[in-house]
Write a protein of this length. Structure first.
Length: 205
C-alpha cells in the first residue's frame, strides 16, 4: 500500500500544481481538504522565517506533525531586482495580508512604473521541503530567470504568472499551458529534483 503524501498548502492553485508535478509517483497524494474540510480548517503555521527555505521547512514540519503523515510543502516567490529583491518572501501578501493576486500584481506594476524593459529583470524562486513525522527535512530548490511585463497577460497559473516572462520566451507564465510551464518554472525545477528523491525513497522501502 502506497504511503500517504500530504500537500501542505491552503492555496488551491499551488496545491493542484504540486500534485500534478508529483503525478505517477508511488505515493498516495492528498491535499489539506482531505483532512480538514473548509468547515473546519486547520490554522496555517506562522511563516516567520527569513528565507524561502525556512518557511518551506516550517510548513512541511507543521502539517506533518498535525496530521502525522509525510508532508511536502513549498515556499516560493518573486524576486525583482529593480525594487531591491521585493516582494521576495512576502510575495503572497505583498499588497497586504488579505490581498489577492490582482492586488499584488497591481502593486508590483505600480512599483515598477517608469522602469525600462531592460531593468525589469526578476526571478521566481522555489524551495520544496519533504518531512516525515519525527524525521529531518529533505529540501530541494529551483529558480526561473526572467523579467516583468508591463501588463498582465494570460489567464493560466496564479500569483504573478500573468506578469512574469521567462528568459528566452515572449509569453508570460499565464499564457503557457500547464505542461509547458512545469518544464521551465521554478516549482517545476524544484519538484523534478524532489520527484527523483521520493521515487528512490519509495523503492528503498
Amino acid at each position: 500500500m502506497a504511503e500517504i503524501l500530504l500537500i501542505g498548502s491552503g492555496n488551491r492553485g499551488k496545491a493542484a500544481e504540486l500534485a500534478g508535478l508529483l503525478e505517477g509517483l508511488p505515493w498516495e497524494v492528498r491535499c489539506l481538504a482531505d483532512y480538514a474540510p473548509a468547515a473546519a480548517p486547520v490554522p496555517p503555521p506562522v511563516e516567520d522565517g527569513l528565507t524561502f527555505e525556512e518557511n518551506a521547512v516550517k510548513k512541511a514540519a507543521y502539517f506533518s506533525e498535525v496530521f502525522w503523515v509525510a508532508c511536502l510543502a513549498d515556499d516560493s516567490g518573486l524576486v525583482v531586482d529593480a525594487i531591491g529583491g521585493a516582494p521576495g518572501i512576502y510575495s503572497a501578501r505583498y499588497a497586504g495580508e488579505a490581498a489577492d493576486d490582482k492586488a499584488n500584481n497591481a502593486k508590483l506594476l505600480a512599483e515598477l512604473d517608469g522602469v525600462a524593459e531592460g531593468e525589469r529583470t526578476a526571478r521566481f524562486v522555489c524551495y520544496a521541503a519533504f518531512v516525515r513525522p519525527g524525521e529531518p527535512p529533505h529540501v530541494e530548490n529551483g529558480v526561473a530567470e526572467g523579467r516583468i511585463g508591463f501588463k498582465p497577460r494570460g489567464t493560466g497559473g496564479f500569483g504573478y504568472d500573468p506578469l512574469f516572462i521567462p528568459e528566452g520566451y515572449t509569453r508570460t507564465f499565464g499564457e503557457m499551458a500547464p505542461a509547458e510551464k512545469k518544464l521551465i518554472s521554478h516549482r517545476g525545477r524544484a519538484l523534478q529534483k524532489m520527484r527523483a528523491y521520493l521515487a528512490k525513497l519509495a523503492v528503498r522501502e
